[in-house]
Design a protein around this ligand. Structure first.
Ligand code: A2P
Length: 272
């Protein structure tokens, strides 16, 4: 089973979870139900994915006790105010069919509007009231984190696009300096050319694993929380089956040194 990391609030997060974008409600319900039977306990959704109802439905169908599940969701930019965050948190709770959220994230900083400081104050308020266990951000760059820090606010998690071709060294350094846990979305490079990289394929052969498993193991050993998406039961099982190997330091260094395209699109910080 994935190890648990302790966030600043004391909340424990399973270091590997199931990504659910772009599954619809039906796809998410069946993926989550299957994932629970395979051993997944952490599920990542968002208002923007329009599948929170499906995630909640899958959890109920699985029979898993609520206290055994870890649910992350995120809210859109129209809720970037103290009152707005309370409204969106309550709406997410209703769609998920639960009475608390384990981790609620600001989905994008939307730097043009610069209301993310107010949004974070709203997160603190719903955390104080027990609607939300842990609070964080997504797609924040170091400058956005510094602005929050200047207001005396520090997220527990920053979830960003991260894989060996997008190592996000500046973001990881800024997170570490502030005690923020880094979480990787699209850790498998969205199923693209990353998984046919010759270095990764070589390591897959050496350890008797698939390229996806090598990449996820790199996340785990880097201290990064990772949420590979799959709607396919065999690949879901594969992505969880990474706790019986340990990459040697030289192999971690080889993955750290992969040259990729570090460009991250503006839509990631502005939202859709
Ligand atoms: P599928 O859902 O059919 O399994 P990311 O999490 O980086 O966005 O990647 C998700 C993409 O990678 C999806 O297209 C998913 O397809 C695919 N994928 C998930 N797990 C694996 C795996 N173990 N090997 C290859 N492709 C995978």
């Amino acid at each position: 089973a994935p190890p648990l990391l302790r966030l600043r609030s004391g909340t424990l997060i399973p270091q590997l979870g199931l990504g659910t974008w772009p599954l619809d409600d039906d796809g998410a319900a069946s993926a989550v139900e299957t994932a629970v039977s395979l051993g997944y306990r952490h599920f990542d959704t968002a208002e923007n994915y329009r599948n929170e109802r499906g995630v909640g439905e899958g959890l109920r169908r699985s029979g898993l006790d609520r206290s055994e599940a870890f649910i992350t969701t995120k809210f859109n930019k129209e809720w970037h105010s103290v009152d707005g965050v309370r409204q969106t948190a309550e709406a997410s709770l209703q769609r998920l069919g639960t009475d608390y959220i384990d981790l609620l994230l600001i989905h994008w900083p939307n730097p043009g509007q610069d209301r993310y400081v107010e949004a974070f104050r709203g997160l603190r308020a719903v955390q104080d009231d027990g609607l939300v266990r842990a609070v964080g951000v997504s797609n924040f760059k170091p400058a956005h984190l510094q602005k929050l820090r200047g207001a005396g606010l520090v997220p527990e998690i920053n979830q960003v696009q991260l894989d060996p071709y997008h190592p996000r060294r500046d973001v990881r350094r800024a997170n570490a300096g502030l005690g923020i846990v880094t979480e990787a979305w699209s850790p498998l490079g969205r199923g693209g050319k990353l998984l046919s990289d010759p270095v990764i394929q070589g390591l897959a052969g050496k350890y008797g694993k698939t390229p996806a498993q090598i990449v996820l193991r790199w996340d785990i050993q880097s201290g990064v929380v990772t949420i590979p998406k799959s709607g396919n039961p065999a690949r879901m099982a594969q992505n969880l089956d990474i706790f019986d190997i340990e990459l040697e330091p030289a192999d971690m260094a080889a993955l750290d040194g992969l040259e990729g395209d570090e460009q991250i699109s503006d839509s990631d910080v502005f939202g859709h």
